[in-house]
Design a protein around this ligand. Structure first.
Ligand code: SAM
Length: 499
């Protein structure tokens, strides 16, 4: 039964802690069962979740378990029923447990509903059931890794690690059709793409912390923060840091020989702060231990005045994670809620749009706005990068719009960095139509949208992502020769505001 309890956790967390299902399972060092086994079980349960749900409903097993005073979550029940009816073995894992006994007590009823289900779908075996194969599609099209330049520079890296020197270069990510090939990224220095089956985690470079496996789009924020190469940040805050991908990337941009250089990595979750510490220690090693300072706190309780030397911030707050694939369990489990909202569902079908829980998005956006406003209040801050792994405008362009329209934010001199300062050659930009909320001038909408970067899940070689950068015009190098008044006028004009 331990297998089911461990798998239950991954079905329950619904991806809210970030990362794909596969990476979450395979990076969990505390698992007692084989990650491979758990991954297969969770994927298959997700695949057949709709059918399992029908059997649960029709057999009234939940009511029976309640009568027997046996408490079992929907996720655990689905996993066990999966093994009993949908797996090739057709039995529950060995070992005694009252939950197992109680479910086996309903076995005849469950099997009867299973037979009726097959008749309804006119199939004779499980594999003929009409499943959406997409729900099992957890794989990234490209596995990205970056050389951790805190520990080793590019030249030394390739001299040291034959495995990587032996990879055959290709010119486009589409050519990464098998292991043994490597693509050097055009946008992020020291970033490379390989075939997803390339065994990066068994290389010495990985074990030594000399490469970091990180999706390409997830490398955008630290790169954007440092894109104005006339400006070198010595002190940076990563406001929502765990597990620490962006933290360690931001640290690699600091002047490494300057003893005062530091990234303050802030994380409020007690469990995740441990993961963050481990990742930062591995990335910096003993020599550069002071380069990252982990702070276990809620970012909004940090006093900005205590960090007056901080000039750059990365804000990558919790989000819906809708850009991450391997969120199939989210969709599968939300299905239950969906069924209760038949009207909504009909509307969705008509508009062909995926189901979005508007209330959840509203709450997330409001939290993202609070975190960003706090970041923009740091007295020395010159550049603040906002990012999410969501594809929804509510958490992206609309958060940017609300901040740009906020009198306090405008008073502080913040505006949106333009395209030439934010990955200018990356083709996919923000949604222009969203900026109609802020200006009726098409040119302004285009310029604002161009200031934002988007990545489409899979199509752009990895997760779905959004990033935008706020710059303090009055003080920033680019506009140094202009007075604050000029700048605020220019900004208002740009945004289409009237003073
Ligand atoms: N930037 C991270 C990376 O690239 O590895 C991923 C960050 S994840 C999307 C968001 C993180 O923010 C979660 O670990 C969450 O616990 C943390 N978080 C949420 N609200 C926070 C707050 N108010 N203060 C600090 N951390 C917060």
């Amino acid at each position: 039964m331990k297998l089911y309890f461990e798998a239950e956790r991954f079905l329950k967390d619904g991806g809210k802690f970030g990362g794909s299902l596969k990476s979450r399972i395979f990076s969990d060092t505390k698992l007692k069962n084989s990650p491979k086994h758990i991954f297969a079980l969770v994927c298959s349960t997700i695949k057949y979740y709709d059918f399992i749900h029908q059997i649960v409903q029709k057999s009234k097993i939940k009511q029976e378990l309640k009568q027997k005073k046996v408490k079992v979550s929907d996720e655990l029940l689905a996993l066990i029923i999966h093994d009993l009816l949908f797996s090739s073995r057709g039995r529950i894992e060995s070992g005694k447990h009252p939950i197992k006994d109680a479910i086996l007590g309903c076995k005849t009823r469950l099997q009867a509903e299973f037979i009726k289900l097959k008749l309804r779908y006119k199939v004779t075996s499980v594999c003929q059931l009409p499943v959406n194969e997409d729900t099992n599609d957890d794989e990234t099209p490209v596995r990205w890794f970056r050389i951790n330049t805190i520990k080793v520079d590019q030249e030394r890296f390739f001299k040291k690690h034959k495995f990587f020197t032996d990879l055959q270069p290709v010119n486009r990510i589409e050519e990464l059709i098998k292991p043994g090939l490597v693509f050097s990224d055009d946008y992020i220095p020291n970033l490379y793409g390989v075939h997803p089956r390339e065994k990066l985690s068994s290389t010495d470079a990985y074990k030594l912390g000399e490469i970091i496996i990180q999706d390409r789009a997830s490398c955008f924020p630290a790169h954007i923060l440092n894109e104005d190469n006339q400006y070198v940040h010595k002190q940076v805050i990563d406001a929502c840091a765990a597990p620490g991908n962006k933290t360690t990337h931001a640290a690699s941009h600091l002047p490494l020989d300057d003893a005062s250089a530091v990234v303050y990595a802030i994380e409020r979750d007690a469990k995740r702060v441990g993961v963050l510490r481990t990742m930062c220690e591995k990335a910096t090693g003993k020599n550069k231990k002071k380069l990252i300072q982990v702070i276990h706190k809620d970012f909004t309780t940090i006093q900005p005045e205590d960090f007056s030397d901080v000039t750059g911030l990365i804000v990558d707050p919790s989000c819906s994670g809708s850009g991450i694939f391997g969120r199939a369990m989210d969709n599968a489990l939300n299905g239950e809620k969906k069924r209760k909202k038949e009207e909504e569902e009909e509307e969705e079908e008509k508009s062909n749009e995926p189901h979005i829980d508007q209330e959840r998005l509203r709450k997330l956006a409001s939290f993202q706005n609070v975190i960003m406003k706090h970041a923009l209040s740091f007295p020395g801050a010159q550049r603040v990068v906002y990012s999410t792994c969501s594809i929804h405008a509510e958490e992206n362009e609309r958060v940017v719009i609300d901040l740009l329209s906020d009198p306090e934010v405008r008073e502080q001199g913040w505006t949106l960095a333009r395209r030439q300062e934010v990955l200018p050659t990356w083709p996919r930009r923000g949604f222009e139509s969203e900026f109609i909320r802020i200006s009726r001038d098409e040119k302004v909408c285009k310029e604002l949208a161009d200031g934002c970067v988007r990545a489409k899940p899979k199509e752009d070689g990895g997760i779905g992502f959004f990033a935008a950068c706020f710059v303090k015009r009055g003080k920033l190098m680019v506009d140094e020769e202009k007075s604050t008044e000029d700048i605020s006028e220019e900004q208002n004009e740009w945004l289409g505001f009237e003073d």
